[in-house]
Design a protein around this ligand. Structure first.
Ligand code: PGA
Length: 252
């Protein structure tokens, strides 16, 4: 399976800076066997699309979407609106949204279904907190989050779901999860896919690792069996640094 790296800009870069980032990044040489995507704030989708033109690399992604197509939902953006920018993937359930905006497993599940229906691959983010880890509840928490998220989801079709395992304690902390530990969690997630969708799907769904990934450690993750790439926050903010990280992921 091809490896994928998604830049998660979070709440950085309005339209002006987003356009500049994309133009700078397009000058970076990228490994041809690597898939690369950028998850940008909604207000910057148009600028990012304009700077990308028809280019499909990096693929355009969003950071969230609502579960209805339109209606009285002030402040929200629907998957069909994201379609207008050529968005191919969209994060759902990032731990920052779960923490600051009260996003629940039920909301995450609804968003994932709506995205898939609109032809956009949901990138479902799951991960345990430091407190969960300390009480030995990592696998339990992950099982609940994953099972709930996929309860009404199909594994196939043109908008296949993806996952990002992002331990909350590793995000932005400079303390990444060890690749072997991430792999063990990914294995447990794959068992849930197999149970729900059948054994064929064990290795067909991409699971990325996220949390303090940078140009120095990316290769360790990407070279670990069962880790299909990375979701990168802080280390994606500089376009040249992110280009370097992509090259470090799959050294020539
Ligand atoms: P980080 O963030 O790379 O800055 O740790 C990752 C994420 O939250 O997606």
């Amino acid at each position: 399976m091809r490896k994928l790296i998604i830049a998660n800009w979070k709440m950085h870069y309005g339209p002006v800076k987003a356009g500049g980032w994309v133009r700078a990044f397009r000058r970076e040489r990228l490994p041809k066997d690597l898939d690369v995507s950028i998850a940008v704030p909604d207000v910057s989708l148009a600028a990012a699309r304009a700077s990308l033109g028809r280019a499909t690399i990096p693929a355009l992604a969003a950071q969230d979407a609502f579960w209805e197509a339109e209606g009285a939902f002030t402040g929200e953006t629907s998957p069909t609106m994201l379609n207008e920018f050529g968005v191919v993937m969209c994060l759902v359930g990032h731990s920052e949204r779960r923490k600051y905006l009260g996003e629940t497993d039920e909301m995450v599940a609804k968003k994932a279904v709506a995205l898939q229906r609109a032809g956009i691959s949901p990138v479902i983010c799951v991960g345990e907190t430091d407190a969960d880890k300390k009480r030995g509840a990592t696998m339990k928490v992950i099982r609940v989050q994953v099972s709930s998220a996929i309860s009404n989801l199909k594994p196939d079709g043109h908008a296949q779901p993806l996952f990002a395992y992002e331990p909350v304690w590793a995000i932005g902390s400079g303390k990444p999860c060890r690749p072997d530990d991430a792999r063990d969690v990914h294995t447990a997630m794959r068992e849930i896919f197999a149970k729900k969708w059948g054994p064929k799907w064990t290795h067909e769904i991409r699971i990325l690792y996220g949390g303090s990934v940078d140009a120095r450690n990316i290769a360790e993750y990407v070279s670990t069996t069962g880790i299909d790439g990375a979701l990168v926050g802080g280390a994606s903010l500089d376009p040249r640094g992110f280009g370097l990280l992509c090259r470090a992921a799959l050294p020539a």
